[in-house]
Design a protein around this ligand. Structure first.
Ligand code: IMP
Ligand code: MG
Length: 177
């Protein structure tokens, strides 16, 4: 068990299992995208570890770019404006694999897909290490899912609790008392 800030977490999905599953996804993606030079777009900060291991499991030429989603109050009457920061590659006519650490309500992934679509990519598929179907409010589930998890708070392997826990090799879940 580990403590981060004020909360206690217990082991949930171990590193070996994570790497094994990512290897399987890498094999599938390598087959599906052969000859297409796919561009992974990983959403920071949480996806840095899965991005690294998934890239290593790809056996075909592929590229990666990292983005952040920021939301600010624009001056227009529409209020909040979402913006993608860091995308310095032209994605027009490219095959995009959007990579997330976790899809919870699906709001983040939805936003990013919308923002990317404006630039006319050839295709956009979504891949997430973790998926919480019970919290999901989007229309379409992610195309590639590492693990389906219940509505629990999890940390480790890139995921944080108030910025702590990202460095952990395994995934932990909040301990119920
Ligand atoms: P969304 O609700 O699908 O938009 O997810 C938003 C973000 O919430 C994710 O990218 C994560 O950064 C964060 N998040 C959701 N569930 C968890 C969790 O269990 N642990 C850590 N972060 C989470
Ligand atoms: Mg995240």
């Amino acid at each position: 068990m580990i403590t981060l800030h004020d909360k206690v977490f217990e082991p949930f999905i171990l590193e070996d299992e994570i790497l094994d599953r990512i290897g399987t996804i890498g094999t599938s993606l390598s087959a599906e995208y052969a000859g297409k030079n796919p561009l992974f777009i990983a959403v920071l900060n949480g996806s840095f570890m899965v991005a690294s291991d998934l890239m290593k499991s790809m056996s075909i030429p592929c590229e990666i770019s990292f983005v952040k989603v920021s939301s600010y109050h624009g001056t227009s009457s529409t209020g909040r404006v979402d913006e993608l920061i860091g995308l310095n590659t032209d994605i027009k006519a490219r095959h995009i694999i959007l990579l997330e650490d976790i899809v919870d309500t699906g709001v983040t992934v939805d936003k990013v897909v919308k923002l990317l679509s404006v630039a006319e990519p050839a295709s956009v598929k979504t891949c997430t290490l973790l998926f919480k179907p019970d919290a999901f409010k989007g229309k379409k589930s992610p195309d590639y899912i590492g693990f389906t998890v219940p509505e629990l708070f999890v940390v480790g392997y890139g995921l944080d609790y108030d910025e702590l826990g990202r460095n952990l090799r395994d995934i932990y879940k909040l301990k119920e008392d």
